[in-house]
Design a protein around this ligand. Structure first.
Ligand code: PEP
Length: 263
């Protein structure tokens, strides 16, 4: 039996003071729900403050990205051992906002290198996180163009295969995969429940083939993409959707708590 998990991705939002106020409000709203796991992924600068505010609660401390080398001359990067040192327990990798050239990123060509995460670097990041015993939240998903071309299943299969290459299945039991259709992220356009369930089931089947039957049964598969309190109950009721990765709606403590309550 997999516990539901709801993770908030605050992206590049909230000052340290705002992060503090938001997480304190969230702790007040949530009370004690032992059957639902909750995680918060603040910007790096707010991680320590959020850690202090959630101490003694079951909320997990998260990060939004990581670099795969442990230390050295990599200006601006943060390693898995640094995340571990401040108490991070979960970390997003392969979010469409950090992957390269996804259709949603309307950025000038000369800045694309900044978003150039590939399935290969996602694989390196996963290994670095697992080495530090941090649970990865691996994001996969297709762009609108890929969906319209009928390539959704192939894109997701390819992303999973490369990202999970040479990873010991036993290390991933508490790891998470998030199905995040790129066209649904931050657009208000949620994926139809039946289709989200179909793709999450496909992901689970794929985990069974790539890793092991046990990993597929134990790992949580989340849905992400314009999740709100008004649509979360139906999404989370699907047999292969074990909760959600929530962006915009996680910035409001009340709305996020309502989403958690539906899980
Ligand atoms: C996300 O950032 O992972 C996400 C799903 O964003 P939103 O909920 O805003 O669509």
């Amino acid at each position: 039996m997999r516990n539901k998990l709801v993770v908030g991705n605050w992206k590049m939002n909230l000052t340290v003071a705002e992060a503090s106020a938001t997480v304190e409000a969230l702790v007040r709203q949530l009370g004690h729900r032992p059957d639902v796991e909750v995680g918060i992924c603040p910007p790096y600068l707010s991680i320590a403050r959020v850690r202090d505010a959630i101490r003694g609660t079951p909320i997990k401390l998260g990060a939004q990205d990581v670099f795969w080398v442990d230390s050295g001359a990599f200006t601006g990067k943060v390693s898995a051992s640094m995340l571990r040192d401040v108490g991070v327990q979960i970390c997003i990798v392969g979010h469409s906002e950090t992957r390269g050239k996804f259709g949603k990123l309307e950025v000038p060509e000369h800045t694309l290198g900044h978003f150039a995460e590939t399935d290969e670097t996602v694989n390196l990041k996963l290994k670095a996180l697992l080495y530090q015993s941090i649970d990865p939240i691996l994001c996969v998903g297709e762009t609108l163009a890929e969906r319209e071309a009928g390539d959704t299943d192939k894109v997701i299969g390819d992303q999973l295969r490369t990202a999970l290459r040479d990873i010991d299945p036993d290390e991933l039991f508490s790891g998470v995969v998030a199905y995040e259709p790129v066209w649904a992220i931050g657009t208000g356009q949620t994926c139809d429940c039946a289709e989200a369930e179909r793709v999450c089931k496909l992901i689970r089947d794929n985990l069974g083939e790539t890793l092991s039957a046990e990993a597929a049964a134990q790992m949580r598969v989340l849905y992400g993409g314009s999740v709100k309190a008004s649509n979360s109950a139906e999404l989370f009721a699907q047999p292969n959707i074990d909760g959600g990765l929530v962006g915009g709606a996680s910035l409001n403590a009340e709305e996020f708590a309502r989403i958690v309550m539906t899980a």
